[in-house]
Design a protein around this ligand. Structure first.
Ligand SMILES: Cc1cc2nc3c(=O)[nH]c(=O)nc-3n(C[C@H](O)[C@H](O)[C@H](O)COP(=O)(O)OP(=O)(O)OC[C@H]3O[C@@H](n4cnc5c(N)ncnc54)[C@H](O)[C@@H]3O)c2cc1C
Length: 483
C-alpha cells in the first residue's frame, strides 16, 4: 500500500480499542468531539501527502531505499545529514500547511531509530531484525505510531525496584516461548488514542536488579489489556472566537495502561539487557529532542509574527524599547533555528544510522525551554492589556455595540477587525488556557531541563576546557596535547 488515504486511516481506528475520556468510554474516536480533533489533525497530514502540490508531495513521500516504492518521509531511517534535514523540512511543511502539529509518525520513529541503533550496539541480530521487520510493516501500511516512554514513576526519589509497588515503571511480568507479558502505565503520550501502533522504550537507566524494566517493543493499539485514559481538550472553536471558520488542530495526550499485555517475541527490541537501557533512553531522547526543535521553530515563528503585527497595529513599531524587544524575540527564534540546523548538519554516526548531534540537539531544546517564558513575556508586553481584556467575536457581531468597538478599538494602519483578529491570535499563544498548556509543555515535554543539562554535561568536553585553563595558568606546559 505505502501511502494511505485519510479515510483508510480513520477506518483503521475503528478496531475495538479501549479509550476513555472524562469518564466516558468512546467506541469510535473519529466521531468524538475532542478525540475527533486529534484524528483530524493527524488526518491533515495524510490529506496533504495525498492531495498536496507536487513539491509538498516530494517532501512528504520518499522512496523506499531498497525497492523504490513510495513511503512516508518519516519512515526513512536517517543515514546522512541530508536525511535529517529533510525530516525537519517535512515537519515545517506539515505545520505551515495544516496549521497544526499533524504528527503521527515522528515520536514512534524516534523510538524505532533508537531501538535499531541500540540493537546493533548490543550485537543482537534478532532484535535488529525485529526492528527492521517492524519498520517494513509501518512502511507498507503507512501506520500512525505514538511513542510511550514516560512511566508514571510514583516516588521520584526511589528507583523502580524500591517503589511501594512494582508497577510504577512498565516491566515484564512473565515470559514464554511465544512472547512476554508486560504491566505498567505510560503517561502523557501524545496522540496515543489515535495511533495504530504503540512503541515502548524504557524511561530511564535500569540497574541489574531492574532487568525486567529494561524492555522495548511495539504493539497494536487494540491489543487486549491496553486502555487509554485521555486528557480533555479544548474542543471546537466557539462563536466567541475570531477563528470559527478554521479547523482546530490539536493532539490529545493519554495515559496508556498495560494490564498484563502479551507481546510476541518478533515485536520485542529489548528484554532484560539492563546495561543498554541507558543507551536506548539516551538515543531516543537525542532523536526526539531533534524532532522537537524542528517543530518548535514554526511554532515560535507564528508567535514572533504576532509581536511584529501587534507592534505595527499599535503604532509602536519604530519605538526604541519595542524594537529592542523585537530584537530579543527574533534572536530567540533564530538561535533556535540555527541550533536545529546545526544538529542536523553535524550528526553522529551509530554504524550507518545518522543520529542528530546530541550536544547541539540538547542545547537547542534547553534554549527553547529555558527562555520560552521570557519570550512570551515580551509578546505580552508589546501586545498590551487588551490581550487580557479584549471583547470577543459575539460582541463584535452584536449590532447594538458593534459600532462602539469599531470606533474605539482601531489602531495604526489596519481595520479594527484586523486588529481584533490579531489580538485574538496573540491571546491564543500568550493569554489563554491553551498558552498555559504550552508553557508547561515547553518545560516538560521531551524531558525536563535537568535531563537536557545532564546530556549537555555528558557531551561537553569538560576535560578539554580544564586543560586549556591549566595551560593558560601555567599549571600545564604550553604544547600539552588536548585531544
Ligand atoms: C504535552 C506533553 C506531551 C508529552 N508527550 C509525550 C509522549 O508522547 N511520550 C512520552 O513518553 N512522554 C511524553 N511527555 C512526557 C514528558 O517527557 C515528561 O513530562 C517529562 O519527561 C517529565 O516527566 P514528568 O512529567 O513525569 O515530570 P517529573 O519527573 O515529575 O518532573 C518534575 C521535576 O522533578 C525533577 N525530577 C524528577 N525525577 C527526579 C529525580 N529522580 N531526581 C531529581 N529530579 C527529578 C524533574 O527534573 C522536574 O524538574 C509529554 C509531556 C507533555 C507535558
Amino acid at each position: 500500500m505505502g501511502i494511505r488515504t485519510v479515510e483508510q486511516y480513520k477506518q483503521s481506528l475503528r478496531d475495538g480499542r479501549r479509550v476513555y475520556i472524562s469518564g466516558e468510554r468512546v467506541d469510535d474516536i473519529t466521531r468524538h468531539r475532542i478525540l475527533g480533533l486529534t484524528v483530524d489533525t493527524i488526518g491533515a497530514a495524510y490529506e496533504l501527502a495525498e492531495k498536496g502540490d507536487q513539491k509538498t508531495k516530494e517532501l512528504l513521500i520518499a522512496k523506499h531505499p531498497e525497492t523504490g516504492e513510495p513511503i512516508n518521509r518519516f519512515y526513512v531511517t536517517p543515514r546522512t545529514a541530508e536525511d535529517l534535514a529533510n525530516r525537519t523540512k517535512a515537519i515545517h511543511t506539515l505545520m505551515r500547511q495544516t496549521g497544526g502539529l499533524p504528527f503521527g509518525k515522528d515520536i514512534g520513529t524516534d523510538c524505532l531509530n533508537a531501538a535499531m541503533a541500540v540493537a546493533r550496539m548490543m550485537g543482537n541480530k534478532q532484535y535488529e531484525a525485529n526492528a527492521k521487520n517492524f519498520l517494513e510493516h509501518l512502511r507498507k501500511n503507512d501506520l500512525h505510531t505514538c511513542g510511550a516512554i514516560t512511566c508514571v514513576k510514583g516516588d521520584r526519589g526511589k528507583e523502580p525496584a524500591h517503589q511501594t509497588h512494582p508497577d510504577y515503571y512498565l516491566h515484564v511480568v512473565d515470559k514464554n516461548k511465544e512472547g512476554i507479558y508486560v504491566k505498567g502505565a505510560k503517561i502523557h503520550i501524545t496522540s496515543a488514542p489515535a495511533a495504530n501502533e504503540i512503541l515502548v522504550v524504557p524511561t530511564r537507566q535500569m540497574r541489574e536488579n531492574e532487568a525486567d524494566y529494561a524492555v522495548s517493543f511495539a504493539i497494536p493499539a487494540n491489543t487486549k489489556g491496553i486502555t487509554f485514559i485521555c486528557r480533555n481538550g479544548r474542543g471546537t472553536w466557539s462563536d466567541k472566537e475570531f477563528h470559527a471558520d478554521r479547523p482546530v488542530r490539536e493532539l490529545t495526550e493519554a495515559m496508556i495502561v498495560f494490564d498484563n499485555v502479551f507481546v510476541p517475541w518478533e515485536r520485542v527490541f529489548m528484554c532484560g539487557e539492563w546495561k543498554f537501557s541507558m543507551a536506548i533512553a539516551y538515543t531516543f531522547a537525542t532523536f526526539h529532542r531533534f524532532t522537537a526543535i524542528s517543530y518548535k521553530v514554526p511554532s515560535v515563528e507564528v508567535m514572533a509574527g504576532c509581536a511584529v503585527a501587534m507592534a505595527k497595529y499599535n503604532g509602536l513599531f519604530k519605538v526604541s524599547h519595542v524594537r529592542e524587544k523585537l530584537a530579543d524575540i527574533a534572536a530567540y527564534v533564530e538561535t533556535l533555528r540555527a541550533l536545529a540546523d546545526a544538529a542536523a548538519m553535524k550528526p553522529v554516526m551509530y554504524g550507518d544510522i545518522a543520529v542528530p548531534n546530541p550536544l547541539i540537539a540538547n542545547m537547542a531544546k534547553l534554549h527553547f525551554a529555558s527562555k520560552y517564558h521570557e519570550f512570551v513575556k515580551l509578546i505580552q508586553d508589546i501586545g498590551g492589556g487588551i490581550l487580557a481584556t479584549s471583547p470577543d467575536k459575539r460582541d463584535w457581531d452584536n449590532p447594538e455595540i458593534h459600532d462602539y468597538l469599531e470606533h474605539y478599538l482601531g489602531g495604526h494602519d489596519c481595520t479594527t477587525e484586523e486588529r481584533l483578529r490579531m489580538i485574538h491570535e496573540t491571546m491564543r499563544h500568550v493569554a489563554s488556557h491553551e498558552s498555559a498548556f504550552h508553557e508547561v509543555t515547553t518545560v516538560h515535554a521531551e524531558g525536563s531541563m535537568a535531563a537536557q543539562k545532564m546530556m549537555i554535561l555528558h557531551e561537553s568536553p569538560l576535560d578539554k576546557y580544564e586543560k586549556f585553563a591549566k595551560i593558560a595558568a601555567g599549571i600545564l606546559p604550553i604544547g600539552t596535547p588536548v585531544d
